[in-house]
Design a protein around this ligand. Structure first.
Ligand code: PRP
Length: 225
């Protein structure tokens, strides 16, 4: 351990908590919130491609993974905590705790189509393209609407435009992607924001460290408002 880390009270045994952060749309906002909470990464690591880094104090190890993998790492206890969107958590159905709504990466999960009638007047099997197959199936299941779910990995908005599906279930943040592809919101299924999630065992066994993280993030959120 170097002098700087010793001064700041880092543990000799290494980082106390491992935190999985969703790469992509929410990453920058998550890092800004963490910085306001006093948890900072080195400038050099911010723009780098390193997937696992420690914060400056050596108290936390961060791993940057695809959003859908955050609940997997946390549920299996490889990461004690995670930062990921509610959309991903609904789809994953992972058994993780959700102690804090971080209010970042605000977006909506919607049904969208070229025309409202494409969904409303569909009498046969509705073809739904989506990156959220479970969430979409559950939504239309609750409405008693028979659907064929067409699972895609991205650029979902293309599906109705090219005739692959009647509608999509996808995220809308600014609405630009929908508008630029001639689609409109038919129905809002859910609102989504970034959540702090925690592994059940870590929440008990590392209670003090997890509570300190929750408190620091809570204060950072208040200072933003
Ligand atoms: C997401 C989402 C939409 C878009 C919405 O895709 O699936 O396509 O962003 O954002 P907007 O309302 O601000 O236009 P993402 O950028 O994650 O890429 P993907 O299509 O490859 O999944």
């Amino acid at each position: 351990m170097n002098d700087e880390r010793a001064k700041e009270g880092a543990s000799i045994a290494g980082p106390v908590l491992t935190i999985a952060v969703a790469k992509g749309r929410m990453q920058d906002e998550a890092l800004r919130l963490l910085a306001r909470a006093g948890i900072e990464l080195d400038e050099a690591t911010n723009g780098s491609r390193r997937l696992a880094v420690e914060d400056r104090c050596g108290r936390y190890r961060f791993v940057f993974v695809k959003p859908a993998d955050v609940p997997v790492y946390v549920e299996h206890g490889i990461a004690d905590c995670g930062i990921v969107g509610r959309d991903v958590l609904i789809e994953s159905e992972a058994d993780v705790l959700q102690p804090l709504d971080l209010g970042i990466g605000r977006c909506r999960i919607v049904v969208a189509a070229k025309r409202t009638e494409d969904v409303a007047r569909n009498l046969g099997m509705l073809r739904v393209a989506t990156k959220y197959p479970r969430l979409a199936a559950a939504h239309f299941g609750r409405r008693g609407i028979p659907v064929e779910i067409i699972e895609l990995a991205g650029s979902v908005e293309l599906a109705p435009v090219l005739g692959l599906s009647d509608c999509i279930v996808d995220l809308v943040e600014t609405g630009r992607t929908l508008a630029e592809n001639g689609l409109q919101v038919v129905e809002v299924i859910a609102e989504s924001t970034g959540r702090l999630v925690a592994n059940r065992a870590s929440y008990q066994l590392k209670a003090e460290a997890v509570a300190a993280l929750i408190a620091a993030l809570g204060r950072a959120m208040e200072s933003k408002e």
